[in-house]
Design a protein around this ligand. Sequence first.
Ligand code: ZN
Ligand code: ZN
Length: 167
Amino acid sequence: MLRTAEITAELTGLENTSHQLYWRSRLEFTLDCFICERTGRTTVFERGAEQAQCSGSRSGFQSHRTAGRIAGFDTTTGRDRLAVRALVDFWWAPFSDTRDDRKAAAPTSHPWVRLHLAYYCPEAKESGTGSIQTNLVRPYHLRCKHCDGPLGVDRETPAVRLLDGQR
Ligand SMILES: [Zn+2]
Ligand SMILES: [Zn+2]
């Protein structure tokens, strides 16, 4: 069945940067994969792509395409904050994990997400990239790879919520 998850995240402290930070239209999100029949698989979503990529598992299943896409990607840029709200559609079917027999869920029992950022350094006149993810020690201070200047502060874990069919 088709499921939709809403992923939201926010950076603050942007008033201290001049690096034109923005969210990249790509994310990684763990899903219980009905093809691998494994729970908590890292799945790569790219905005505009009609499918997602399951990273498979170290032992056995190869990386493979799967039924999922970014259905919505809204970003909000304020003077001091940068927010994102992504809607991720994915196909989910029940199974029990082939290794530990855990029951599949939608979303997975401990969803993990990584969101990607890009910026432009006015000192180095070069672009750079960064990311935030669920398992970080917060507050997490993002810094420019070129000049070490502040980019933004990540104070809260990205929120993941399953939508009940409605948008
Ligand atoms: Zn898979
Ligand atoms: Zn810089």
